[in-house]
Design a protein around this ligand. Structure first.
Ligand SMILES: NC(=O)C1=CN([C@@H]2O[C@H](COP(=O)(O)OP(=O)(O)OC[C@H]3O[C@@H](n4cnc5c(N)ncnc54)[C@H](OP(=O)(O)O)[C@@H]3O)[C@@H](O)[C@H]2O)C=CC1
Ligand SMILES: O=C(O)C1=N[C@H](C(=O)O)C[C@H](O)C1
Length: 250
């Protein structure tokens, strides 16, 4: 069987360099290009890449994906910064290339995906829910893509179940003290040397709390999800948002 021809964008970055190693070590894949900032995107076409793994920055990702989709190159995207407007633009771009698949995964680690799923399941049963994400201090964006997605899933589950707004008697607060409001769910971002990527979902009800915590201790935690994404995206046209859609979680 022929190997999947894979390129990595953001190949010198923290996660991109790990992805270069993981793709290079996968028996069913061939690393055909490893691009950094300033490298020509045409290399993707010249190298015959079938899938581009996009791990750059929110400022670069949209342009990179436009190029990939226009050239029929499937994409597995970990880069953060996705707004409704950006997703609408991507969907429009994909309409002109209906065979092409794009997976955007706010988090490639299986544990983080499960945490999001469990949090969404639990959210309707508790009066209060807050999200705390904790990352290394070199991270450019806050809150994390994972925390934003977690809060959105929680909010959607609560809305569907008809939950009342969360209790919160705060009248005066220093700006930021109650975190960022993501669809009514407070999200708090910690940046601390020594950390990599961590998240807690705190749920509170009458006389009880439930804490869901996930820790990524090394960038290797994201690799099985990236490799799974590469294998599945070639047979999954259109936009898929969230690795959970590839995990058959039931
Ligand atoms: N979904 C997931 O599971 C994960 C997602 N991420 C996300 O991935 C992104 C990257 O994170 P991280 O590796 O920590 O960040 P880094 O800053 O370490 O890496 C980003 C790399 O992309 C390069 N780059 C910037 N623009 C381009 C471009 N147009 N073409 C090619 N390369 C480019 C940067 O170059 P230069 O340094 O010169 O700017 C840098 O080497 C972030 O959005 C992060 O949140 C991270 C971990 C897991
Ligand atoms: O920048 C990071 O490191 C990470 N970014 C992603 C995010 O913003 O959710 C995924 C993970 O948390 C690591």
């Amino acid at each position: 069987m022929s190997k999947l021809r894979v390129a990595v964008l953001g190949a010198k970055g923290r996660i991109g360099s790990e992805a270069v190693r993981a793709v290079g070590a996968a028996a069913d894949m061939e690393l055909v290009a490893a691009l950094g900032r300033g490298d020509r995107l045409e290399t993707l076409v010249e190298s015959g890449a079938q899938v581009a793994v996009e791990l750059t920055t929110p400022a670069s990702v949209v342009g990179n994906l436009d190029f990939c989709v226009r050239h029929g190159i499937h994409a597995v995207v970990g880069t953060t910064g996705w707004t409704d407007e950006r997703l609408a633009h991507l969907r429009t771009t994909l309409e002109a290339s209906p065979e092409t698949g794009v997976l955007i995964a706010p988090n490639f680690s299986i544990g983080a995906v499960l945490t999001m799923t469990f949090a969404a399941k639990a959210a309707r049963w508790f009066e209060s829910v807050e999200v705390v994400e904790l990352h290394h201090p070199n991270k450019a964006d806050a809150p994390s893509g994972t925390a934003t997605r977690t809060a959105q899933l929680i909010a959607a589950a609560r809305a569907e179940a008809g939950c009342a707004p969360q209790p919160d008697a705060t009248v005066t607060a220093l700006e930021g003290a109650r975190g960022a409001d993501v669809d009514g769910v407070p999200v708090h971002a910690v940046r601390l040397r020594g950390l990599l990527a961590h998240q807690e979902v705190l749920l509170g009800g009458e006389g009880e709390t439930l804490t869901l915590r996930h820790d990524s201790l090394h960038h290797s935690s994201f690799m099985p999800g990236i490799l799974l994404g590469v294998r599945r995206v070639v047979d999954t046209p259109g936009l898929t948002f969230g690795l959970e859609n590839y995990l058959d979680l039931g």
